[in-house]
Design a protein around this ligand. Structure first.
Ligand code: GTP
Length: 598
């Protein structure tokens, strides 16, 4: 394809505003997918994505578009995830495009991630095409959305398109706008090759499949490529484009998007963000890389059966191939045995990885409560990072503990401003600004400790605003806070996997709530089990799980058999996730209890 006939674009949106549905329509209109084979939301390939209705993993697809005048164009669509956890992936896909469709739900208006994604796209100098979607809804108000865009963001929205991705109305204009407004790629075709690796996945036959955007030069089958970060060379066995399945091609020229296969057997051979060049004629400088994703949240993952440790290691390695943001290292817990400390971009990312490990790899896991990364400055002036609360050094040696903060942006209808400000106050938030984005909607900005966001902040925000507020946040540096380690003792023994780092002023309350919650979730045993919370060896709260007197089946003695079987099955189900701490059986829920308290 000549570059004049090539367009690379992505779709950005707040979650649920219709990005995947619009992508489906574009695929249909361009005949990329046979309508008979069209399942809903083709781009969301993982089962998990379909079930949760969210886009996790970015995907690319090539559309052959014929304009009404008969001219043919190639449009590369790069899909992006909408959730705040994955803004890192959004940024990667933006670097591979020249334009972005900014999809906004006509009945909802601008939301927090609409703004966050728009700013990212503007940073990458992309041509923005506002698409006001869901105009078929009875309460759609496209004019209002256009006013919001112009007034609050200062974006020229006069060319905004009015679309229903559901009915297909306006979709043809979207295709026309992509051709007319998104500039064709610029890079010099004769320059030494520079291609950006924006994603990769692992295929058991072909090894690492790298998704690249060729910025300058050209790449042919049989070329020997060099990865500029690692300095390693590989011979290209296959090149392909996405339709959306991989279709072989002989060449990828400047401006094109495609896949490179070169018998790369190890993820570390080909890092996302690296630049591909030719060994015979290397480029002088790599492309500006991405900021490597920095995991913000860590938790321990332990197999229920200790023998499954190696399986868990293999599974994590496999998942990391497709997920550059996942990190892990082995760790040992006195209570839980051998496992891994894993780092994630956020809670949703964490849940998704856990679920994939359990479903795709059939692993039974015990997960410890997520924790942020603390920085501990010692009396000697050294700084260490603490990813596991159990590893906090002796308080006597600590000068100060710093915790990560975020700059949070909340959009809300004005009637919920009060309750939301209260929530932020309770969560140790520092008020920054309050501005109106329309006659009835406000944008609130707060500086908040990331740890407080992990404690169901999002759910609380939703319930205090009847679901209307939206949240986006970005990392905003470390600051010292008054923090202490809260330890939990079960049956008199400290359980490392249950310790948490909490704010001093909230420690007593948290200790009390945590012991109460644990008493509820730890089943009664044949003996009495004391549960204590302590700070620096001093017990601040105590609860007791009373001893079990009767056999659980005694109640059904002589009773009907189905009831008995049900009870046994229920017990079995419960057992699956039990971990023995000494002689006490503790269920999975206990390790997450610290998160589920008010
Ligand atoms: P993520 O992938 O999770 O970021 O969401 P998304 O932005 O891709 O949204 P998705 O396409 O999954 O659409 C969200 C919901 O809105 C789905 O239930 C769609 O059926 C619905 N929807 C999308 N477009 C339209 C539209 O034009 N009109 C109406 N009425 N509903 C729509």
């Amino acid at each position: 394809t000549s570059r004049e006939r090539l367009r690379n674009f992505c779709i950005i949106a707040h979650i649920d505003h219709g990005k995947s549905t619009l992508a489906d329509r574009l695929l249909e209109r361009t005949g990329t997918i046979d309508p008979r084979r069209m399942t809903e939301q083709v781009l969301d390939t993982m089962d998990l994505e379909r079930e949760r209705g969210i886009t996790i993993k970015m995907q690319a697809v090539r559309l052959n578009y014929r304009r009404p005048d008969g001219e043919g164009y190639v449009l590369n669509l790069i899909d992006t995830p909408g959730h705040v956890d994955f803004s890192y992936e959004v940024s990667r896909s933006l670097a591979a495009c020249e334009g972005a469709l900014l999809v906004i739900d006509a009945s909802q208006g601008i939301e927090a991630q609409t703004l966050a994604n728009l700013y990212l796209a503007l940073e990458h100098d992309l041509e923005i095409i506002p698409v006001i979607n869901k105009i078929d809804l009875p309460n759609a108000d496209p004019d209002k959305v256009i006013r919001e865009l112009e007034e609050s963001v200062g974006l020229d929205a006069s060319g905004a398109l009015r679309v229903s991705a559901k009915t297909g109305e306006g979709v043809d204009q979207v295709l026309e706008a992509i051709v007319e407004r998104v500039p064709p790629p610029k890079g010099a075709p004769e320059a030494p090759l520079r291609a950006l690796v924006f994603d990769s996945h692992f295929d058991s036959y072909r090894g690492v499949v790298a998704y690249v955007r060729v910025v300058e030069g050209a790449l042919r089958r049989g070329d020997t490529i060099r990865l500029m970060q690692t300095g390693r060379d590989f011979e290209v066995s296959d090149l392909a484009v996405f339709r959306p399945a991989l279709v072989a091609v002989e060449e990828l020229a400047a401006g094109e998007v495609g896949a490179v296969m070169a018998s790369m057997k190890d993820v570390t051979d080909c890092r996302v963000g690296d630049t591909v060049t030719l060994a015979a004629r290397p480029a002088r400088e790599p492309l500006p890389g991405y900021q490597p994703a920095k995991p913000m949240v860590y938790c321990g993952l332990y197999p229920v059966e200790n023998e499954a440790f190696e399986d868990l290691r293999d599974a994590l390695a496999r998942l990391q191939l497709n997920d550059a943001a996942l990190v892990y290292e082995p760790e040992t817990s006195v209570a839980l045995g051998f496992g891994f400390r894993c780092g994630f971009l956020g809670l949703l990312h964490m849940e998704i990885i856990q679920e994939r490990l359990e479903r795709e790899f059939r692993l039974d896991l015990v997960t410890t409560a997520p924790s942020v990364v603390y920085r501990v400055v010692s009396r000697k002036g050294e700084t260490v990072e603490v990813r596991n609360p159990a590893e906090l050094p002796d308080p006597a040696r600590i000068e100060e503990i710093q915790e990560p903060f975020v700059h949070a942006t909340i959009l809300t209808p004005q009637e919920y401003i009060g309750p939301i400000m209260e929530l932020c106050q309770e969560r140790r938030g520092e008020f920054l600004t309050l501005e109106y984005v329309g006659p009835e909607r406000a944008r609130l900005e707060y500086r908040l400790p990331l740890a407080e966001i992990l404690l169901e902040f999002f759910d609380r925000l939703k319930s205090r605003s009847r679901g209307y507020a939206s949240l986006d946040y970005r990392f905003d540096g470390y600051r010292a806070s008054s923090l202490v380690k809260l330890e939990v003792l079960i049956g008199g023994k400290p359980v490392d996997a249950l310790s948490a780092i909490v704010h001093r002023e909230k420690a007593y309350e948290r200790g009390r709530q945590l012991t109460q919650k644990l008493r509820e979730v730890i089943p009664r045993q044949l003996f009495e089990v004391p549960i204590q919370a302590a700070i620096g060896g001093r017990v601040i709260a105590r609860e007791t799980v009373r001893a079990l007197r009767k056999d659980v089946l005694a109640k059904c003695y002589g009773g009907d058999i189905t009831r008995k079987r049900k009870l046994l099955e229920k017990q079995k189900e419960g057992k699956r996730r039990m971990k023995h701490l000494g002689n006490v059986e503790v269920p999975q829920e206990a390790f997450m209890a610290v998160l589920r308290i008010d």
